[in-house]
Design a binder for this molecule. Structure first.
Ligand SMILES: C[S@@+](CC[C@H](N)C(=O)[O-])C[C@H]1O[C@@H](n2cnc3c(N)ncnc32)[C@H](O)[C@@H]1O
Length: 248
């Protein structure tokens, strides 16, 4: 697809996602600050479940000497990422649930693995596998940053309620300001004939991927330790939205 359409859809995607993730840009800024301060200005970064390339695009804008590799399994989002990132990043069509995906990246080492609003699609067992696979790509000292809503569970009913009501308010404000809903964004993308042609394949790939029960923060931290990371913690939080940090 042409770069102009791809960049337009990436911008619309960013507005759409910002209606579901309050302070999404602040979250990215925290990730980029940790990335640069820890890994310098020319890291090789893997954007895991990249969608249309939101993280890779920001990494390359902030750190022009960085190398970006992006992975996703949605053929429509992959086509947009390829168009929007053009020759600035390698984009790979890989299913993170399939064992050995990390061996099909074309490299066996990256300095950082970054992900946002994506790994909640994985079951707890799959999440542990993905953290373990990501760890294999990282040398000692390499870092993983995962930004996502990590929902409060029964132990924190008040925070769960406040977070849910804050989400509703964020969505209301975003939609009122003109952001597309998630489904409406896909409808907009499908107006591009090249992308419409990919819709049946997208349907087929995600037909058997039901939403997963939410994994709380302590599960992520324990899974990262079990996956061999030596230092784990959080570098950003807003209600139930976190950036989880791990260093090999
Ligand atoms: C809400 S999007 C987030 C995209 C981007 N990181 C962002 O923050 O804008 C979630 C992404 O996870 C991807 N995803 C879900 N399951 C996946 C899997 N098994 N393998 C690869 N990508 C997957 C989806 O295709 C989608 O692009």
């Amino acid at each position: 697809m042409n770069a102009d359409d791809a960049r337009r859809l990436l911008r619309l995607w960013d507005r759409q996602q910002a209606a579901y993730v309050a302070h999404r840009e602040a979250r990215f800024e925290a990730m980029l600050a940790v990335l640069e301060l820890h890994a310098g200005d020319a890291p090789t970064v893997l954007d895991l479940a990249c969608g249309p390339g939101a993280i890779a695009d920001r990494v390359l804008a902030a750190l022009p000497k960085a190398t970006a590799i992006a992975v996703d399994y949605d053929p429509i989002l992959l086509a947009i990422a390829r168009g929007a990132l053009a020759d600035r990043a390698e984009v790979h069509d890989l299913d993170l649930v399939a064992a050995g995906w990390e061996r099909r990246l074309g490299t066996d080492r990256v300095d950082a693995v970054l992900s946002s609003t994506a790994l909640h699609w994985l079951s707890p067992a799959q999440l542990l596998d993905v953290y373990t696979a990501a760890g294999r790509l990282l040398p000692p000292g390499g870092i993983l940053l995962n930004a996502d809503h990590l929902r409060f569970d029964d132990r924190s009913p008040t925070l769960r309620d406040v977070s849910a009501r804050h989400d509703a308010r964020t969505q209301q404000a975003g939609l009122a300001a003109g952001a597309l809903r998630y489904d409406a964004w896909y409808d907009e993308a499908l107006l591009v004939p090249d992308l419409a042609a990919l819709a049946p394949e997208r349907e087929r790939r995600f037909a058997d991927r039901p939403p997963q029960p939410p994994a709380p923060l302590d599960f992520h931290l324990a899974a990262l330790r079990a996956a061999g990371f030596s230092e784990v913690g959080t570098v950003w939080q807003y209600l139930d939205d976190y950036v989880v940090f791990a260093r090999r």
